[in-house]
Ligand binder design. Sequence first.
Ligand code: ADP
Ligand code: MG
Length: 353
Amino acid sequence: MKQLPALLAAMILLLSCCAAPESPAAKDAVAEDAAVCESQLFAMDTYMTLRAYGSAAPSALAEATSLIRTLDAALSAADEGSEIAAVNRSAEPVTVSDDTAALLSRALELSGTLNGALSLTLSPVIRAWGFVSRAYRVPGKEEIAGLLKQVDDTKIQLEGNTVTTPEGTELDLGAVAKGYAADRAAALLQERGVSACILNLGGSTIRTVGTKPDGSLWRIAIRDPKDEEHYAGTLLFGEGAVDTSGGYERFFEGEDGEIYWHILDPATGYPARSGLVSVTVLTGDACTGDALSTALFVMGAEDAVAFWQTRRDFEFVFLTETDDILLSEGVQFTPQGRYADAPITVIRHETDP
Ligand code: ADP
Ligand code: MG
């Protein structure tokens, strides 16, 4: 089974371009802008679809695809050849690439401001639950307590491009890597002249540049956390990032009949049961959004709303265990399906910035 993703990855690298169906042959600038090009790849353990518009798109997308693969190779903790694995093997300082250093710097900053809800050193605990090997199990209380002693992001030192992690501390940037890759790919596409694109990295990270070529907003669906075939609703969104974290992404049922999912509360080492089942964050950059969606899921609605009140740089959609919807005031969200008549609470800023 392990080979399947690699095999699919090889097969699926596909670059397809065509003029937008409505455009009457590319004879004017409008048709030129509307020509859409799409690239699909398997990277960072997920399927990605990169869609860009305009004449610069085909070659820019090929470059963005290879950039994402390079980032994946550097950042994957599970890959022995990655920079992160090298950092984890050594208690001595290790020199990393500019991208790994930039992401780590941002990730440490985010972990510092998120009150322990996001941890970059949680790997030993995540592994104990079987979320890496997929040999799922419920670890004992003492085992978790022992492993939690290894969880401490302040032990990671970054100076320039040099990272030092002491013996026993393990770095994993998995909760933010996709977001960073999306931002870098978007920036590269822009540098190459693309002014409209939508990058979908596994559904949980969406990064856009501009609007659709016709000037309309992007429509981004949020899936129903209890039913992967259906959506909970649709967002209208301009330029930036939409990141979602949900317990449904990876979970197992224990012998006790309980559902255990892959987002853990670093304070307890157990899956975060905060009352939220899906957290979507709308921000300017996907790296921040990726970190926030994971962390707010851990915090739960009350703490997450209190955190949002202190900030002006993101909006959110929360879906609760009881099928309620919580929206921040700046979101354009239309519920659908099972959520069409769900109770909606709109949260407003208590004070002006
Ligand atoms: P996705 O993989 O869809 O982006 P997340 O961004 O929510 O989902 O990241 C979840 C991954 O991050 C988990 O698979 C796990 O490896 C790791 N993780 C789980 N809980 C935490 C946490 N509290 N802080 C940081 N990383 C976490
Ligand atoms: Mg995340």
